[in-house]
Design a protein around this ligand. Structure first.
Ligand code: AHR
Length: 498
């Protein structure tokens, strides 16, 4: 029998709720006909936003939503998205050369803030550092955050319908500046970041939290060079809340037709996230030994080949998400929990009709993907105290990667003393029976066990078959040391109330 111990006296701290964050960019079908159908649509909506999605999303208690990009942010002019909707300009979207779609600007700052309010998420606005001025971004912050009537920009916001400030605290300064965001070196990016954040910070010292463009995946040199440049100057005028990391698990076969080997390839790539975080944090330690600056993984997920989603390629980067993607989400969130001393935010890319999405939608059709259920099963970790785990479950090996435990696990203890243990069985064909025991505390209590599983690991939800994959829950009395079966290729959440 496999043994798993939950270590009550070993904790890395509180799991920042922002780790369960999301991302929605103006790309392909994320907004238009995805999240946003317009007020005059036949599709039921709340001020233009798809009601079925709003109702589903708010059940996850989403802590934070990143917007408007991604790459889109680096050519975005916020002034295009305010004022009467019928007067807003149509613009060439950053992604135009990929899909020839133009940006209507029907969703702008006010609509985005309304969506955040509808679902209860904090806004995280990614500002353009590549193709507008620092003053332009400072103006956006002033427009969003100043009391009505105090400045002309704040009065303009009020005249556009929002008397109360939006109070946006989280501001990204730049996106992927090593690539689409201007092809900068790390040193140049740090200098630009300091220029922008100094100007913007002069407006509201102490309240704003800035996130700078960090590395592409495991590019630790970028982190070193950026941190070296930033820390050698007047950094207190250019504060840094977090360094963004983007890490996608690359192409590992067809999203719904992968082979067994590709199943494992994808999961090993996903597990590599742990090393990515460890190595960036180690590089930052040299410049930030007291760990004031967090890692912000504001884009993560699987990036499969295009065209597997319901729009058959019309929506750029839209892909189907199977049980494999759900297991990737589960093991990634377990990794983030276990790095809660360094990861202050993470945002899965992207919410709807795109990469590792929670939703697929078009016209009247709307489905929750397997990824959705993982976020639902894990939401109890938000704000809870992370607990250590020791386990005897066997290791998996694959050439080119460090060995990975066949059962990814994470545990936390909430303020009401309940314990949540989340598990992902990485084996495609072997169930695991595990005896669970508390060390320094007990796991006895009333357990709710939620399982996300399908006999076919390729299973996914489509418009034709929207409920192929869904979680199921059961309750039982749990005594310390009892065992639980974790089915092959599944995700399991055990919540024990005491
Ligand atoms: O998520 C899709 C794109 O991936 C984002 O716009 C960009 O930041 C990344 O390269």
């Amino acid at each position: 029998m496999n043994q798993m111990n939950v270590l009550f006296s070993s904790s890395k701290g509180t799991i920042n709720p922002q780790i369960y964050g999301h991302f929605a960019e103006h790309i392909g079908g994320v907004f238009y006909d995805g999240l946003y159908v317009g007020e005059n649509s036949k599709v039921e909506n709340v001020r233009g936003f798809r009601k079925a999605l709003v109702d589903s999303f708010k059940k996850l208690n989403p802590p934070v939503l990143r917007w408007p990009g991604g790459c889109f942010a680096e050519t975005y002019d916020w002034r295009d998205g305010i004022g009467p909707r019928d007067k807003r300009p149509k613009r060439v979207n950053w992604w135009y050369s990929h899909d020839h779609r133009v940006e209507s600007n029907a969703v702008g700052t006010h609509e985005f803030m309304d969506f955040c309010a509808q679902v209860g998420a904090k806004p995280y606005v990614a500002a353009n550092m590549t193709s507008v001025s620092a003053l332009h971004i400072r103006d956006w912050v002033e427009y969003c955050n100043f009391p009505a009537e105090e400045t002309t920009l704040a009065s303009e916001r009020a005249a556009n319908g929002a008397l109360e400030p939006f109070d946006v605290r989280l501001w990204g300064i730049g996106n992927e500046n090593w690539g689409g965001g201007g092809q900068m070196s790390a040193e140049m990016c740090a200098r630009e970041y300091m220029r922008f954040s100094t100007v913007v910070n002069s407006l509201d010292k102490g309240h704003l939290k800035f996130i700078a463009c960090g590395p592409n995946g495991h590019d630790v040199k970028w982190t070193h060079d950026f941190m070296h440049e930033w820390s050698s100057h007047a950094w207190h005028e250019a504060p840094l809340y977090g360094l963004s990391v983007h890490y996608y698990c690359g192409n590992a076969g067809d999203p719904v037709g992968f082979t067994e080997d590709e199943w494992y390839q994808q999961l090993f790539q996903a597990s590599y996230m742990g090393k990515v975080l460890d190595d960036h944090r180690a590089a930052m330690m040299q410049y930030d030994p007291n760990m004031h600056i967090g890692l912000v993984v504001d884009e993560w997920g699987c990036w499969h080949k295009d065209g597997s989603g319901p729009s058959k390629g019309y929506n750029l980067f839209e892909q189907q998400s199977s049980m494999r993607d759900a297991v990737v989400a589960a093991l990634t969130l377990n990794i983030f929990n276990d790095h809660c001393d360094s990861v202050v935010m993470a945002n899965v890319a992207q919410l709807c009709n795109n990469l590792h999405s929670l939703y697929l939608a078009g016209g009247e059709n709307f489905v929750e993907t397997p990824n959705y259920f993982v976020f639902d099963m894990y939401k109890g970790h938000m704000g809870a105290k992370q607990l250590g785990i020791s386990q005897t479950t066997p290791m998996l090996e694959r050439a080119g990667f460090a060995p990975v435990n066949s059962v990814s696990a994470s545990a936390s203890q909430a303020a009401d003393d309940s314990v949540l243990i989340t598990l992902a069985n990485l084996s495609i064909d072997t169930d695991k029976e595990i005896s669970l025991k508390g060390v320094g505390g007990s796991l006895s209590g009333k357990a709710t066990i939620t399982v996300l599983q399908n006999d076919d690991p390729h299973a996914h939800n489509s418009f034709e078959n929207p409920h192929m994959v869904a979680s199921t829950s059961s309750e039982r009395r749990f005594a310390d040391g009892d065992s639980v079966v974790i089915p092959a290729a599944s995700v399991v959440a055990i919540h024990i109330a005491r």
